[in-house]
Structures are given as structure tokens and as C-alpha cells.
Design a protein around this ligand. Sequence first.
Ligand code: NAD
Length: 496
Amino acid sequence: MVEQSDIDALRSAVPPEPKHLIGGRYLPASDGKERENTSPIDGGALGALAQGTALDVDAAVAAARRAFDDGRWSRLAPAARKRILHRCADLIEAHSLELAVLGVRDNGTEISMALRAEPGSAAATFRYYAETPDKVNGEIAPTPEGTLGLIHREPVGVVGAIIPWNFPLMIGSWKIAPALAAGNSVVVKPPEVASLSLMRLAELCHEAGLPDGVLNIVTGEGSVVGEAMGLHGDIDVVVFTGSGGTGRRLLDYAARSNLKRVYLELGGKSPNIVFDDAGDLAKSAKVSAGAIFRNSGQVCVAGSRLLVQRTVYEPFLDALKAETEAMVVGNPLDLRTQAGAIASRAQCQSVLAKIDRARSEGARLLTGGEQILQETGGTYIAPTIFAEVDPQSDLAQDEVFGPVLAVTPFEDEAEAVALANSTVFGLAAGVWTDNLARAHRMIGAIRSGLIHVNTYGGPDVTVPLTGHGQSGNGSDKSMHALEKYTKLKAAWIALD
Ligand code: NAD
């Protein structure tokens, strides 16, 4: 049980040095440049970060390639890889509060959620994939007598992982752990506004015995470090979580360079659908508020479009408004806080602009709609609900990635499905109903990679997160993620 005093003791801990980790050495940027890092909690200084260059990316990729080719990790006995990955999980657990507080100071997620979602999920992810090196086999094909067909599964080589700022440790681990478990070397680019927890994770992985060069970190701007990774001729696969715009650029970089594989986990505008036969409307209102407002809406799978059956629309909105207005918004290092800061000033301005736009589109503002707690120097926005939102409006179609909920009523199941499928995205959805047959029909009809029924949020590492439509391709989590980090090789052998 974490106490507030434990958190307070770490509020001013010194952040990691502004250095990359390349080939097992902590190095400054090739041109020595650094950038000041600030906290969204109060705008205060949070040390500096090395401003990576294309030369730094070259050095990190060369170190990763050397490590891969000489087999120090890629050909290490599976049981030895497994031991080291379990040790990584042990160290993440042992340092979980430190990692969580460091990450919260960097990106503003409320600590109650960060503890679970960041080190908690990262440790579980490392442990899950630690069990795979000695359990994933090749295959023998069912060939005619006199021939033998072998199907090997090999690591792809050098993986470039580009990570967003909303849950860097969790999302980073979803990519780093399976990539390492499969025997690859990895170069990680943390998000520029929230690099610290991934830098600390890399230190812990080295402490756990990961050989030099197997996990490298290059901090800096997406337009420099990320672009250099996307264009690099010696990265075999790029795995990315972030916005659709950057995802498109990465596909373009691959086309212009070495045709590397590109896997994209992108944004969403996820429908959360409440039918009038949902048994406990009070519970669904409470969970639905959390589904959009936890981490101040900076959640890729956030239930940002609420669709409510007309027969329960008004009472449901009353319950939702009450739940929303009761939420504690504020300093994310306070254990009672339920919605923390917006990760950066730029993101805060972007969300406020989208709120203004929604107002001009004629949606009815039910609560919120403004920046709050400005006296703190931090970036906070009141949980905001717009009702009677036009399904074709920008608010219903574009991702806000902030604490803004668009509510639209519907008449029947057919209309709910049509509305649910009316955006270019397909990341997640929620369905609230006590009718089992309807739940199954909705799972089949909604175009999305994850469908919650009578809950929202919380799927663990055992199930995949997959984007449909413009929400991406490939999967994070589960055994399916290993497909991104391995390639098949067939051997056809004459036996007679
Ligand atoms: P972003 O695309 O701006 O940045 C993501 C990463 O890409 C960062 O590390 C950034 O530095 C890097 N980057 C930026 N420009 C680049 C370029 N030209 N070349 C290469 N890399 C570049 O996204 P963000 O604002 O950090 O994250 C928010 C977005 O991420 C939202 O759209 C959200 O829905 C999405 N997201 C998706 C998932 C998922 O699993 N599908 C999870 C979390 C977040």
C-alpha cells in the first residue's frame, strides 16, 4: 500500500542525466546540445535532455547491429534470456514507486493510475514475455515422405521503437519486452515531453544483466531522431505508437529507404454505447466518466464518444454530469487525484482550441470547457462534456486526446452500430447491456480492435491491442505481438 508520504519523499528526486544510452555507454548528444525539460504539474524545471541528432541514431543503430550480429543476446540460450528478462521485471517492481513518480513529474498522469498502468503494467509485460524464449517453437511442415519442411521463427534484427507521451513506460514495455524476448536488439526513441521513465527503465535493464548494445536509448525531437530512425537503412522494423500524421510519415520514410516493416498503433475516437437494458446505469455512468477523464483523456482507447439510447438519455446524462463534477482534478502526485495535468503546454492549447471549435459547432456544453488551476503554473483542463453532438461534426470525428466527451443519443441497435462505425478509426469500443445476445451482436458489428462489455478499460497483457481502420496495424501485447518481432524462414530438405 503506497502512502502519500512515500510519494512526497520522491517529489524532488534528481532525474536521470541528460544522456543517451548507446552500446552500454551514457553519452551526450553528438553536438552537445541539450533541451530544458519542464513538468506539466507546475511548469517547474525537470533537468535537461540530450537533443539527439542523426549521428546519434547512426551510433545507436550500429551498436544494436553489432550486438545482434555477434549473438551476445540473439543467440544466448533461451533460458538465459528468460532469467535476465525476469530480473528486469524484478527491478521494475522494486523501483515501481520511483518510476511512477518520475513519470508523473514528466507527463502529469495522476499517480493512482500511473502506479498501475506504468511500472505495474511494465513489470507484468516483462514477466509475460520473459516466459516466451523457451516456449515459442519452430514447426515441422506436413510434407510427403522423403522430404522435410522446417519452419524457423527468427528475430528480425534491429528494432526501432518510437513511443508517445501518454503512458511511455507501459507502451514502451509493450514493444521492448517482446522485441528482446524474440532475440532482437532495440533502439528506443522516448517522447520528447516524457523521456525520463524510459531512460530509467533502460538503466534498470542493464543492471539486470542485459548485454551492452542490446537496448539503446536516443532522446530528442521526433522530427530529428524519429525521422532519422524512420529513414535508417539498417533498422529492420519500426514499431510506433502515436498520431496518425506521424504514422503516415513513417510509412513514407520506409518507402524512401529500406522498405523496413512499419507497425503503427494510432489514435481513436472510441464509441462507448449505453443501451437502456444495461442493468446498473449508475455504475455505467461512473465507469463511463472514468473511461474518458482518467489521465485527463490522454488515453488512446478513451471512450471519447458516448452514445446513449434515447429512452435513458436524460437520466444518464444527469448521473454522468454528477460523476464528472465529483472527480478530483489537480496535482497528479496527490493520491486522491483522479485526473492529472495535460502533458504539455502545446497539448493543452490544442485541446482548448478543440473545445472552442465544439462550441462554435453548436454542441451543448454540459460541464467544464475551460483551463483551470492556472495559479499552479501547470496545465489542467476541467473535465468537459458536450451533449447533442452532431455525429458528423469535428468533435465527433477527430481525436481530441484530452478530457472532452462528445455525447449523442440514438434510437435503436441499428443506429448505435451505424454511429459507432461512423469514423475513420477503430481502436476500442464499449457496450453496456444486460442482453447477452445483443452483446455478441455488437461485438460482431463494431469495427474496432477492442470491445469492452459492461466495463471500460483494464485489459491486461494477455489480450492484443490492435487498431482497425486508421487506428493502425499489428498488435501490441499477447503472444500475437511476437509476430512483429520475428520472421519466418523455411528449409526444404531431401531425405532420400
Ligand atoms: P506523436 O505522433 O506526435 O508522437 C509520437 C512519437 O513520435 C514521439 O516519440 C515523437 O517524438 C515521434 N515523432 C514525432 N514526429 C516524428 C517524425 N516526423 N518521425 C518520427 N517520429 C516522430 O503522438 P503523441 O502526441 O506523442 O501521442 C498521442 C497520439 O498517440 C494520439 O493520437 C494517441 O491516440 C496515440 N496513441 C495510440 C495508442 C495505441 O495503442 N493505439 C496508445 C497511446 C497513444
